[in-house]
Ligand binder design. Structure first.
Ligand code: PEP
Ligand code: MN
Length: 336
């Protein structure tokens, strides 16, 4: 159950609710969602619900089951729109975030940034810290890469997202990036989720590659319940028996997650497929199925890329894709 208090109620009013729940044998957890306290508790008798609803300080009592509560549609039937330095994610605009998997050099990043900006990307991607399967593989350029991303932002006017791998790096990455990203390998890193939940920058939360939709929404709840309601879900493929693709893009997850949660849902077809030839078709499908946007890997010389070259589009291929997406968007009622 969720007890939504009125905005700016006093601590005494919250204590009154907690006492009432304690009398009914229920534990309570209090979190703050924007302007108001919200009290989370277990299933209650209808008499307890009636007493709570009778309090002036209580706005609503909502029945929600399962771990994902504040991110659920039951809590907010209105779809959330997340602001990332002036770019709205959700709310009827389809946004495309594009760039290389990793920042490799200033030249590589600025060339890519200029070309994706010219094609209509609304944000840039380019990582400073990479979670590699092998400890001997390229791990990213660290803060130097974040500085290059800030230069790319200055030059193009496009904000950027970067992955944060480690709770100790949250402050550093957040001091540069407009939108933090939690990667698939860290979706269940609860210490990291809590840390990004305690700072104000919006967060892209990728689905764990073996996570159910409920586990993914519960991960979003970790961030949200720490006070950061600016969470965007990203479907990026799940592991299956099929090896023709790196992961199996679960397009059904998009309408499912949007039905269960008020958070925006984006799709990363590049990391799902792991191969560039499938990215345009999967991108068109993601738009048609109701996603709020895409993350697309683009590299000026994919064969020479230090990370994930097989899945990167050339800038010209990205321009073609954007042209197709712009043609489809109005048909599905989205602006691009
Ligand atoms: C990435 O976006 O560069 C990335 C590592 O993605 P994922 O976490 O989905 O594998
Ligand atoms: Mn990658």
């Amino acid at each position: 159950m969720i007890i939504v208090m009125r905005p700016y109620v006093s601590e005494d009013a919250v204590a009154e609710v907690i006492d009432l729940l304690a009398d009914a044998g229920l534990d309570a957890e209090v979190v703050t969602d924007q302007d108001r306290p919200v009290v989370l508790t277990g299933a209650m008798e209808s008499a307890t619900t009636a007493s709570l609803v009778g309090l002036d300080s209580v706005e609503r009592v909502i029945r929600v089951e399962g771990p994902a509560r504040l991110v659920s549609r039951a809590y907010s039937s209105k779809s959330s729109v997340i602001d990332a330095s002036g770019v709205a994610i959700g709310g009827g605009t389809f946004i495309v975030i594009a760039g290389p998997c990793a920042v490799e050099s200033k030249e590589q990043m600025l060339n890519t940034a200029r070309s994706v900006a010219a094609s209509g990307a609304r944000m840039l991607r380019g990582d400073a810290f990479k979670p590699r399967t092998s400890p001997y593989a390229f791990q990213g350029l660290g803060e130097h890469a974040l500085k290059i991303m800030a230069d790319a932002r200055d030059e193009t006017g496009l904000p950027f997202t970067a992955e944060v791998l480690d709770p100790r790096h949250v402050e550093l990455v957040a001091s540069y990036a407009d939108l933090l990203r939690i990667g698939t390998r860290n979706m269940s890193n609860y210490a990291l989720l809590k840390e990004v939940g305690r700072q104000p920058k919006p967060v892209l939360l990728k689905r764990g590659r073996t996570a159910t939709i409920e586990e993914w929404l519960s991960a979003a709840e970790y961030v949200y319940s720490e006070g950061n309601s600016n969470v965007v879900l990203v479907e990026r493929g799940i592991r299956s028996f099929e090896h023709s693709t790196r992961n199996t893009l679960d397009l059904s997850a998009v309408p499912l997650a949007k039905g269960l949660s008020h958070l925006p849902v984006m799709v990363d077809p590049s990391h799902a497929a792991g191969r560039a030839d499938l990215v345009p078709a999967l991108s068109r499908a993601a738009l048609a199925v109701g996603a709020d946007g895409l993350l697309i890997d683009v590299h000026p010389d994919p064969k020479a890329a230090k990370v994930d070259g097989d899945q990167a589009l050339l800038p010209a291929q990205f321009a073609d894709l954007m042209r197709d997406l712009k043609a489809i968007a109005p048909v599905v009622g989205l602006a691009l």
